[in-house]
Design a protein around this ligand. Structure first.
Ligand code: CTP
Ligand code: MG
Length: 238
């Protein structure tokens, strides 16, 4: 485990924007990470917070090869981000493959460090949230934001509806943060393909984990309901 004051020196952020955005493709006619939101492409919002946090020695953008030109264009047109340098890595067919490509690209980086992994489809990440999770990396090898379920919950199958006790149930969000070498070794040795996030891999492997209270604002733009939410959020003052 690292010392309390070790963060901010050598850590890396990975922003995932290599998805196809299939569930919103018919509504948007484009991948959701490029949706124009408050005057700029959606993925630039969380990216700006990652940069502003000044927590990282490097930021990796995981993108589809076909989007490379437009990502570069978006960055050139952004008066703040145009001054920054990013490492580009091509994503894969699944989120896991995209994360794996990013982790592999960091293999030669020296020393021990943590990686923060964030979905570009969660645009409302704040620099405070980035700092808060990075500053707790001395306490665990894997950290995530999550929120307790506040609605009632049921499961419906062929047998009908069964209510579940929502007590002790949480929704898992990103950013998630990991000791780089430990996560890389899970990707290399473990069977990770059935998992949809990375914290679950750490839990399954028995790593020292720390869930932190997240915020509804870290929701993921996934379906059409989320577009209504985006519309509301862009017109309401904060
Ligand atoms: N992602 C990625 N590479 C993939 C799949 C997903 O980098 N092969 C990223 C997405 O760009 C997104 C995040 O992982 O920021 C969460 O994934 P999701 O919300 O499922 O996005 P998409 O896979 O793009 O959407 P869909 O599942 O509707 O196609
Ligand atoms: Mg997906």
């Amino acid at each position: 485990m690292r010392e309390k004051n070790e963060w901010k020196k050598n850590d890396v952020a990975i922003l995932l924007l290599a998805g196809k955005g299939e569930r919103l493709l018919s509504a948007l006619k484009d991948k959701k990470q490029f949706l124009d939101f408050d005057g700029k492409a959606l993925f630039l919002h969380p990216l700006t917070s990652l940069v502003l946090s000044r927590c990282f020695s490097k930021i990796v953008l995981v993108l589809a090869k076909e989007d490379e030109e437009r990502v570069r264009r978006c960055l050139r047109q952004d008066t703040f981000l145009q001054k920054e340098k990013f490492q580009f890595v091509y994503g894969g067919q699944t989120r896991n493959e995209s994360v794996r490509n990013a982790l592999n690209s960091l293999e030669k980086k020296k020393g021990n460090f943590f990686v923060l992994i964030h979905d570009a489809a969660r645009p409302f990440l704040t620099e405070k949230q980035v700092e808060a999770i990075m500053s707790k990396t001395y306490r665990a090898d894997a950290l995530t934001y999550c929120i307790p379920l506040s609605d009632s919950l049921f499961r419906q199958d062929g047998k009908g509806i069964e209510y579940l006790d929502r007590k002790n149930l949480y929704l898992v969000q990103t950013p998630q943060v990991f000791d780089y070498r430990k996560l890389l070794s899970l990707y290399r040795t473990g069977d990770v393909e059935d998992t949809t996030d990375d914290f679950s891999k750490a839990v399954r492997a028995g790593m020292k984990t720390l869930p932190l209270p997240g915020d509804l604002s870290l929701f993921k733009v996934t379906g059409e309901d989320d577009l209504s939410l985006l519309r509301m959020l862009s017109v309401l003052p904060s």
